[in-house]
Design a protein around this ligand. Structure first.
Ligand code: ZN
Ligand code: ZN
Length: 70
């Protein structure tokens, strides 16, 4: 399932959309990955929003790391 989001407003899309319905900005791939990239596999893995830890090395996902910083 493709995960994309608007770089301007942060609205998320998971379908075939290419542009944000609010801003008309081209969507970018959601970067919810491993925050440490300790293994080769980490780099290519996209996690769900509910995933907190990387399944390959046990580090926080970028989404969870972002949440902790707030
Ligand atoms: Zn937008
Ligand atoms: Zn990892």
């Amino acid at each position: 399932m493709p995960n994309k989001k608007c770089p301007t407003c942060g609205k998320k899309y998971s379908g075939l959309e290419s542009y944000c319905t609010k801003c008309g900005i081209q969507l970018v791939k959601d970067e919810n990955r491993c925050s440490e990239n300790k293994t080769e596999l980490c780099r290519h893995r996209i996690f769900d929003d509910e995933d907190i830890y990387c399944c390959y090395c046990g580090s926080l996902t970028t989404y969870a790391a972002e949440k902790q910083n707030k």
